[in-house]
Design a protein around this ligand. Structure first.
Ligand SMILES: Cc1cc2nc3c(=O)[nH]c(=O)nc-3n(C[C@H](O)[C@H](O)[C@H](O)COP(=O)(O)O)c2cc1C
Length: 190
């Protein structure tokens, strides 16, 4: 089962990769899961001019991203909170696709350097994903004081995060399996 992870920030000196790398390692250790990291810094996409499906000359990174979301059984999105929302870089990635998101269970992990752990970013993201026909799962992860919670290479500085992350990712795997089974029963119709 393929479950890619998105890094939702492009900022210089960004903290989001701390959380993304941590979750990537936990997810890679789950039996039967293949994962991957999508980083907008490496993808270097222009600000949206048109969605992938309508481009004659899409950038290779966008083609690869579209194919990855299309074949994904689920997706993990890591996002910081910017002004009570989530970064434009993340919206740019989301809007670049359309039908590829449909029926994908999505696990949102948010963070901030403050005490609330990116809760407002998480709430702002849900209706956007729902609008695309994706399924943001009930389980979420919020990380306050991200700079003190994980090292730059994504090691948890408090081991309680390991259990929290495994429960959070376990929920996503459950939804991914359930929706994949439902898809086989209905043969993708309707
Ligand atoms: C433009 C901007 C706006 C921010 N707004 C908020 C906010 O509304 N609430 C909050 O808790 N933290 C806010 N922060 C702090 C970020 O959550 C924190 O810097 C986090 O590390 C940003 O993620 P990044 O380092 O991956 O860019 C803001 C940071 C930036 C750069």
């Amino acid at each position: 089962m393929y479950i890619p992870i998105l890094i939702g920030s492009l900022r210089r000196g960004r903290n989001t990769p701390r959380l993304a790398h941590f979750l990537h390692r936990r997810l890679a250790a789950v039996d039967g899961v293949e994962t991957d990291l999508f980083d907008p810094k490496e993808m270097n996409l222009p600000v949206l001019e048109e969605r992938l499906a309508y481009l004659d000359d899409p950038p290779a990174a966008l083609v690869r991203f579209g194919a990855a979301i299309d074949r994904a059984a689920g997706v993990v999105i890591t996002t910081p909170e910017y002004n009570s929302g989530y970064p434009a870089a993340l919206k740019n990635l989301i809007d670049a696709l359309g039908p590829e998101w449909r029926r994908k269970p999505i696990a949102i992990a948010a963070h901030s350097v403050g005490a609330f752990g990116g809760k407002s970013a998480l709430q702002a993201l849900r209706p956007v994903l729902t609008n695309l026909g994706a399924v943001p799962i009930p389980a979420t992860m919020t990380v306050p004081h991200i700079d003190k919670a994980f090292s730059e290479t994504g090691d948890a500085l408090d081991e309680a995060f390991e259990g929290r992350a495994d429960r959070f990712l376990g929920e996503l795997v459950w939804y991914a399996q359930a929706l994949a089974a439902a898809g086989e029963v209905t043969n993708g119709s309707s």
